[in-house]
Design a protein around this ligand. Structure first.
Ligand SMILES: Cc1cc2nc3c(=O)[nH]c(=O)nc-3n(C[C@H](O)[C@H](O)[C@H](O)COP(=O)(O)OP(=O)(O)OC[C@H]3O[C@@H](n4cnc5c(N)ncnc54)[C@H](O)[C@@H]3O)c2cc1C
Length: 470
């Protein structure tokens, strides 16, 4: 039995890990993690995600050591150093085969292709596994053989074709005989431009993820449909950071849902089945990144929207970033993001639409700001969400559907509790006045007047979109 090398990336777990399970079935395993901080920073990740990533690597190293699997650590600047660095490790430890789980954004795919080519040339097999999705991108296509550009038919096809095999959990490796190889000490993160949020908000590792999932399904899963749009209620799973770095897998999530829901994914409890759909959204955007690689180059999915005349408005952008737009629901949401590294989905839609429609500021600026702050920042979902809100993407909100932030606020934060929590300066106002505080109630309060008028801003966005030729 020859040594196998597992290259861990955004799959930081020992349970239900395709690459790890396949490697362990072939021989004793060594694992390696390549830290590529400058490259990740180029991709826009900030302190929150980098810190969570680092803590996740520590957690998985501990879990691996319980299986006698050493985790080596290498620092590289850029992805193009990955092939040589991995080959050095493979040669140093006389490894027979390399195993890794695919990632689907363009730079990651190019990196993986280069690694596979270098290993082929060196005569060492390198196996990739489609671990983070039920269907390998390219294997779930429309009747015409195209990638889906619309979610609903994608989800229908997903439900129709998904098999028990695709959902079956991969075996956790047995404890292996100890190797004479030590795990590398994990270096601390270098000093970053800003400090991460308190790590206790997002405890890292698969045990924390599993606890989260269990608590969500036990207490909130069945109410998901009714509560998922209410930012003040803790109604969603808050599993996104864990899914983004693979501290939990979609299979683990779906298996747990099925055991709560009489074995069903599409029928049964509406809360649980709605939640399953969200996991399929996640997979959808991963397929989109492969099928429509222009989105990975920050180009709009809908070609004709390239011509849109986005406004240069640094002051407006700054006000949005700092939660000073004068629209309380937008400002409260932005403060939640900056303070916790996470924002509720309904609010991601509201704030993204406010920036791209009310301020008519290029969605890519907002996408980058989100990526910088999100602990769950993930290219495919973030880009998909932003392009949806800006009406440039797949399933885009039709350009004429522009959320009125005040209406959204009264609908989804009826008592203004979320606003009061994040904007304590407005907490003294009667609940109903918190959505659009009248200026005369703000005389003693440092809270700005709205930076744009909803109606006028809406009209401006409509005209900008209408003027595009298809
Ligand atoms: C502008 C914008 C930016 C976004 N950026 C990201 C991002 O960087 N990373 C990210 O994981 N999600 C992103 N989302 C999707 C969604 O907002 C988050 O996944 C969700 O809020 C995470 O909370 P949760 O784990 O409680 O989700 P739940 O409601 O419990 O959903 C379960 C899981 O399904 C997935 N999911 C849910 N909704 C979506 C969706 N619309 N698209 C893709 N996957 C989804 C997530 O992995 C999530 O953890 C973005 C959405 C928008 C509108």
């Amino acid at each position: 039995m020859k040594r196998q090398l597992v290259w861990l990336r955004s799959d930081l777990r020992i349970d239900d890990n395709s690459a790890l399970a396949a490697a362990a079935a072939k021989g004793p395993v060594i694992a390696v993690f390549l830290r590529s901080i400058p490259q990740w920073q180029d991709h826009g990740h900030g302190a929150n995600k980098l810190d969570f990533w680092a803590r996740g690597v520590t957690a998985v190293q501990t879990a691996l050591s319980g299986l006698n699997i050493p985790l080596l650590h290498r620092d590289i600047e850029r992805y193009d150093q990955a092939p040589e660095t991995l080959l050095e490790v493979a040669r140093e430890y006389s490894v027979e085969q390399l195993h890794f789980n695919y990632e689907y954004a363009l730079n990651e795919r190019h990196r993986d292709q280069a690694v596979q080519a270098a290993f082929k040339q060196a005569g060492i097999a390198a196996h990739g596994y489609h671990d983070g999705v039920a269907f390998a991108p390219g294997s779930l296509l429309t009747g015409k053989g195209d990638y889906y550009g619309v979610f609903t038919p994608f989800a229908k096809a997903w439900h129709k074709q998904v098999s028990a095999d695709q959902l079956a959990l991969r075996a956790t490796p047995q404890v292996q005989a100890a190797l004479n190889i030590k795990s590398d000490p994990l270096p601390a993160l270098p000093e970053l431009a800003s400090a991460p949020v308190d790590g206790r908000l997002w405890p890292a590792g698969e045990n924390a993820a599993a606890d989260n999932l269990a608590r969500f399904l036990r207490f909130r899963g069945r109410h998901y449909n009714a509560q998922r749009d209410l930012p003040k209620v803790r109604g969603t799973s808050e599993l996104s950071p864990y899914l983004a770095l693979g501290m939990i897998s979609y299979r683990q999530c779906l298996q747990a849902v099925m055991s709560e829901n009489g074995g069903h994914l599409a029928d049964g409890d509406i809360g649980l089945t709605t939640w399953v759909n969200e996991l399929i959204w996640r997979e959808f955007y991963q397929h989109v990144a492969v099928g429509f690689p222009q989105v990975c180059r920050y180009q709009p999915f809908q070609e004709h929207t390239k011509q849109l005349a986005w406004r240069d408005d640094d002051k407006g952008f700054q006000a949005w970033c700092e939660g000073r737009t004068g629209y309380p629901i937008v400002d409260a949401a932005m403060r939640q993001l900056v303070t916790t590294g996470w924002m509720h989905n309904r609010l991601r839609m509201i704030t993204a639409m406010f920036l791209s429609k009310h301020l008519l500021i290029d969605w890519r600026r907002g996408e980058a700001f989100f990526m910088h702050h999100l602990v769950d920042g993930e290219f495919c979902a973030n880009n998909g969400g932003w392009q949806w809100a800006a009406s440039t993407g797949t399933d885009a909100a039709p350009y004429f559907r522009i959320f009125n932030p005040t209406t959204q606020s009264t609908r989804f934060d009826a008592e203004g509790e979320f606003i009061a929590h994040w904007l304590p300066e407005l907490a003294h106002l009667p609940a109903k006045a918190r959505h659009a505080p009248p200026q005369d109630l703000l005389s003693d309060v440092a809270y700005p007047a709205p930076i744009v008028d909803h109606k006028a801003a809406r009209q401006r966005a409509l005209e900008a979109f209408k003027s595009l030729s298809k």
